[in-house]
Ligand binder design. Structure first.
Ligand SMILES: N[C@@H](CCC(=O)N[C@@H](CS)C(=O)NCC(=O)O)C(=O)O
Length: 216
């Protein structure tokens, strides 16, 4: 297999795994949990010196490609392994490419940190370690990017396009929905954004998403 993805589905590695599954790209998942030291071995640090999952290695005619950073891995798989045919999740033209880039960068800069705080302090951490006040502050800040996302999705809908970059699900939706999903524990907040609330299940209920999350 030329493409190896390091990580587990219950982590940010779900993003590139989801993308590969959507595209039907064969890959080998090298099970690398984020807890327990697997990301600190000399072998793994030689692949990603940051010590984080996901990472990927792709053996190609032009040489070995190593990618880390989940969004970079995700966009790389769509670009290098998908067909820009207007059918697959790969951006098919400059407009779709631009939408994909801007929403992916936006997600990691404007959304991810506060979304993670909501996930951790509303759901993921043991109850006695959660700090509701941190979640409340994150939810308050998230009103700004959620309004931006909602307005964009409303404009897309007015054009007859149900997704972020086109009238089909693309890798832009993988990148944004995989992070926006962390805000789901703040249901009352999300309910204030009807376009986001309509779009999220369209993305998150895709079979490849659940399949990716379950991979170990
Ligand atoms: N910005 C990085 C963050 C990666 C990250 O923090 N991954 C977590 C798992 S979701 C991890 O590897 N944690 C283990 C560690 O840092 O030791 C990305 O998007 O890939």
């Amino acid at each position: 297999m030329t493409l190896k993805i390091y990580g587990i589905g219950a982590s940010r590695a779900a993003r590139p795994i989801w993308t590969a599954l959507e595209l039907g790209v064969p890959f080998e998942l090298i099970a690398t949990p984020y807890a327990g030291g697997a990301t600190r071995t000399p072998e793994f640090l030689a692949i990603n010196p940051n010590g984080h999952i996901p990472a990927l290695i792709d053996e190609r005619p032009e040489g070995t490609v190593t990618v880390w950073e989940s969004m970079a891995c995700t966009l790389y798989i769509a670009r290098a392994h998908g067909k820009a045919d207007g059918q697959s999740i790969t951006p098919a033209n400059a407009r779709e490419e631009a939408e994909t880039l801007r929403w992916s960068f936006w997600t990691v800069t404007e959304l991810e940190s506060d979304a993670l705080t909501v996930l951790m302090h509303r759901m993921a951490m043991p109850e006695d370690q959660r700090k509701p006040e941190l979640a409340e502050r994150a939810e308050s800040r998230l009103k700004v990017p959620l309004a931006v996302l909602d307005k964009h999705l409303q404009a897309q809908s007015a054009k007859g396009e149900a997704y972020l970059a086109a009238n089909r699900f693309t890798v832009a939706d993988v990148c944004v929905a995989s992070v926006a999903s962390w805000i789901r524990p703040a249901a009352a907040l999300l309910a204030q954004y009807p376009a986001v609330s309509r779009w999220m299940p369209l993305c998150l209920e895709r079979p490849a998403q659940a399949q990716a999350r379950a991979m170990k």
